[in-house]
Design a protein around this ligand. Structure first.
Ligand code: DHB
Ligand code: FE
Length: 283
């Protein structure tokens, strides 16, 4: 059976893609952010995940307000990035893993999570930037992916509790995949940020640090909050932390617990309080 080796999460700001394209990683503005990654690169070299299930939120590239599923899963052989109007150079397609996609579709549907299945799916910066951050020297990243989109764009959002249960169901389903490949789970987005309205620029360091700590020691902590409470605490786009929650919930099904590999928090990049974490699944 397949084995979950661990979980990854990072913020996914388009400006990061631009900084990578322009080689700005060592400039004073960027260094404290990029310095969060080398210890995680070393760990990835050791555990060598071959397939990554990535929870991310589409921002209008593949889905728009006219048709926006709460949850959707890719079942394609490759995932192309396209111009989103942010000015980020588009990256090489990411390789899909249709065999794991279809296994997840079957298992999740049996577990009463009926996701929209996308046999074609464009992926935006939320899916592409994290793979540039975690595998900077190997582009495209040397993994196959299964993207799972969670709506954070149009209210009402799926509840944190529902997202947590989805993550658990994904974790269980990966554990039942009749394949020997090493699988990692990833969540992208957050931490606190708000891009528009009266509270544009809103950041909540106290909340972010509590949330980061909960990833290590109290994975269900964020499920106590409604979507409106999450907006109040983390900002309208800070609700992207639901992706981290899904990743962490999947790890609860992977073994006896998690070991913190590394985490980092830095304010701000663009309008966002940035975070990154890697957690190893303990057998
Ligand atoms: C920014 C953050 C995001 O999460 C995003 O999707 C786009 C932009 C920002 O801070 O600029
Ligand atoms: Fe975003």
């Amino acid at each position: 059976m397949a084995q979950i080796v661990g979980g990854l999460a990072t913020s996914h700001i388009p400006a990061i893609g631009n900084a990578i394209a322009k080689g700005k990683q060592h400039e004073p503005y960027w260094k404290p952010f990029f310095d969060g990654f080398p210890p995680i690169h070393a760990w990835l070299q050791q555990v060598q995940p071959e397939v990554v299930v990535v929870f991310y939120n589409d921002h209008g590239l593949n889905f728009f307000l006219d048709k926006l599923p709460a949850f959707a899963i890719g079942a394609a052989a490759e995932y192309r990035h396209a111009d989103e109007g942010w000015g980020i150079p588009t990256t090489a397609p990411l390789a899909g893993c249709p065999e794991l996609s279809w296994h997840l579709v079957e298992q999740l549907t049996a577990a009463e999570f009926d996701l929209t299945v996308c046999q074609e799916m464009l992926v935006d910066h939320a899916c592409t930037v994290p793979f540039q951050l975690f595998w900077p020297d190997q582009q495209p990243a040397p993994v196959r992916i299964v993207p799972i989109h969670i709506n954070t764009v149009q209210f009402p959002l799926p509840t944190a509790r529902r997202v947590y249960e989805l993550g658990r169901a994904v974790g269980r389903a990966i554990g039942r995949w009749d394949d020997t490949r090493r699988v990692a789970v990833m969540g992208t987005g957050g931490l606190s940020h708000q891009l528009e309205g009266e509270r544009a620029g809103f950041i909540n360091k106290r909340f972010d640090l509590q949330f980061l700590q909960s990833m290590e020691t109290n994975p269900q902590w964020a499920t106590q909050f409604s979507d409106r409470e999450l907006v109040e605490l983390a900002g309208t786009q800070g609700v992207e932390l639901l992706m981290w929650l899904a990743m962490r919930a999947a790890l609860t099904e992977a073994g006896s617990g998690v070991r913190l590999v590394h985490r980092n928090y830095h304010i701000p990049i663009s309008n966002t309080a940035t975070g990154v974490i890697a957690l190893e699944a303990m057998p």
